[in-house]
Unconditional design. Structure first.
Length: 276
């Protein structure tokens, strides 16, 4: 075999693992996007005719947690998929176990956020009764929530957390943990940074209608918009401006918010069958 042939064989031998690893990462991204698509389909089916507008009744804890976990997978997996793929690349693995555990740890943190939101809703209901009813203080609390969310977009804490989500390489290298348990821990830590980045947007989802697929899609779009577009300033200021508009409209002219369900104004089917 000539020297040229030896070099060609060596190059092929070096490139083959790299191509295989790249295919694995593409397959991982495709899997996460497929899970997200299934989550969107299932959520849309489960939440049909359940949009009660701001502060929609959450039903039983079991039902809500199940829907919430699927919602988070649908909303978050598309924007976190590049980070999971980067983790797989840094780990130099073609197996899916560790990357999927990373994604599971991420999802676990958001599941805990859902449980916390449910607990706060129940405790608030016990302490303050129907204060969040639309004809009580619900409209005003919803408007204030949207305005607070808009203000949070411009805070230093938001900027730090968003930086971790937009450029995860530093996070991954700085908090690396080996093994499958390490993958879960790293995913959970990344999820915690994501909660710091997106908690106000999630609060806005409750203020607009947590059982609305339209508002769910809008918030998911804003999360992806903030994480993926090149300009961080455009992302945060654009999101803040939109939340500000919604907040002002909620306070002065809620009918001006497209697709908003105003409690008591329509014939929407309620969630009586799931209420405790």
């Amino acid at each position: 075999m000539t020297a040229t042939a030896h070099e060609s064989a060596r190059d092929r031998g070096g490139l083959a693992p790299a191509y295989a690893a790249a295919r694995t990462r593409l397959g991982l991204i495709a899997l996460l996007l497929t899970l997200a698509a299934v989550g969107w389909w299932w959520t849309a089916h489960e939440m049909q005719d359940m949009d009660g507008g701001p502060w929609t009744e959450l039903g039983t804890v079991t039902w809500f947690l199940g829907v919430w976990v699927v919602m988070m997978a649908a909303m978050m997996f598309p924007s976190v998929a590049p980070t999971v793929a980067l983790y797989s690349k840094l780990k130099h693995t073609r197996a899916l176990g560790a990357p999927l555990l990373f994604a599971s740890g991420y999802l676990l943190v958001w599941s805990a956020v859902g449980l916390l939101a449910y607990a706060l809703a129940r405790i608030g209901g016990q302490l303050f009764g129907d204060v969040l009813a639309w004809d009580s203080a619900g409209r005003w609390v919803a408007g204030a929530t949207l305005l607070v969310a808009a203000a949070y977009e411009l805070t230093p804490l938001k900027d730090v957390c968003l930086g971790k989500c937009r450029t995860p390489l530093g996070f991954l290298l700085g908090s690396w943990r080996d093994g499958l348990s390490g993958a879960m821990q790293m995913g959970a830590r990344h999820g915690a940074w994501c909660v710091g980045c997106c908690w106000a947007l999630m609060a806005s989802l409750f203020a607009l209608g947590v059982m609305s697929v339209v508002w769910m899609a809008l918030v998911a779009g804003l999360i992806a918009f903030e994480k993926l577009i090149p300009s961080r300033r455009v992302a945060t200021y654009g999101t803040a401006a939109l939340l500000l508009v919604f907040g002002v409209l909620m306070l002065v002219a809620p009918d001006g918010i497209p697709t908003l369900t105003i409690p008591g104004a329509g014939s929407m089917s309620q969630m009586n069958q799931m209420s405790p």
